[in-house]
Design a protein around this ligand. Structure first.
Ligand SMILES: *[C@@H]1O[C@H](CO)[C@@H](O)[C@H](O)[C@H]1NC(C)=O
Length: 268
């Protein structure tokens, strides 16, 4: 499907430059000192599908910046959201990829992995599979996060609202790098992230939504049996990531959650 991006501003005082070509770039510059950031968004919302994007992250000193690629229902209190957040770092230090899942308004499900390559040296594919059975975050072909539909065990799952597709670059130097210790070095601005090859294969919500059948359809390719769970190769890769590259998992953070969240007990 052709990219359907249009520009939007998180903060209207910010200057924003994106091209509407197939390969836009987004940047954060000094005029953004007091703002949050800027980005691109899909015009339409979708329910279930597979979304992928090739991104070349900010190179050099990216400490304090966060480049995000996410799906969101944009419905504040009952928000569903699937986040990829790339946390910048000082030159030469590794990027961290944070994923998070919001379901029915509740997030706080962060996991972090360090990448096994330099994501600013070249384009890599970041994709999200979202179907009735699970949500899987992929880096190239490697699953780095799985969030299963455990609704029957009382775990909320994002399956009642369509989501739009967004990507932003923002100033998050109050938390992103070494917990906020490393600030953005504005002398290195502007900070560019590059994008290409958007691929959206998803069920587009009709307006008004009662005309839509996305939530009821389970015959699309992304819901067929081979996409309902990881295959053996993906399982092996996923275990490899968790053993060798995972640096944070909210499921094991007892300082935040004295009682383990139910989805953690339901199995990954
Ligand atoms: C940045 O680099 C430091 C030092 O290698 C590392 O401890 C940290 O986890 C890296 N990532 C972030 C997001 O702080």
């Amino acid at each position: 499907m052709a990219p359907q991006s249009n520009s939007y501003l998180i903060n209207p005082q910010v200057s924003l430059s994106i091209s509407l070509s197939i390969s836009p770039s987004i940047y954060l510059d000094k005029t953004c000192y007091l703002c949050k950031g800027c980005g691109i968004a899909s015009k339409n919302k979708f329910m279930f599908g597979h979304v992928s994007m090739k991104i070349k992250l900010i190179s050099g000193d990216s400490a304090g910046t966060v480049t995000a690629f996410y799906l969101s229902s944009e419905t504040d209190t009952i928000r569903d959201e699937l986040d990829f957040e790339f946390l910048g770092n000082r030159s030469g230090q590794p990027y961290t990829v944070q994923t998070n899942v919001y379901a029915h308004g509740k997030g706080d499900r962060e996991q972090r992995v360090n990448l096994w390559f330099d994501p600013s040296a070249d384009y890599h594919t970041y994709s999200i599979l979202w179907n009735h059975h699970h949500v899987v975050f992929f880096v190239d072909a490697v699953p780095v996060r799985v969030y299963k539909n455990n609704e029957q065990k009382g775990v909320p799952y994002p399956n009642s609202q369509p989501m739009g597709i967004y990507s932003t670059v923002w100033n998050a130097d109050d938390w992103a790098t070494r917990g906020g210790l490393e600030k953005i070095d504005w002398s290195k601005a502007p900070f560019y992230a590059y994008y290409k090859d958007f691929d959206i294969e998803a069920c587009e919500e009709a307006i008004p939504s009662w005309l839509s059948s996305c939530s009821k359809t389970s015959s699309n390719w992304w819901d067929t049996p081979s996409y309902q769970q990881l295959d053996p190769v993906q399982n092996r890769l996923y275990r490899w990531v968790r053993l060798n590259h995972m640096v944070y998992d909210y499921c094991t953070d007892r300082s935040r959650f004295a009682v383990q969240p139910p989805e953690c007990l339901a199995g990954i």
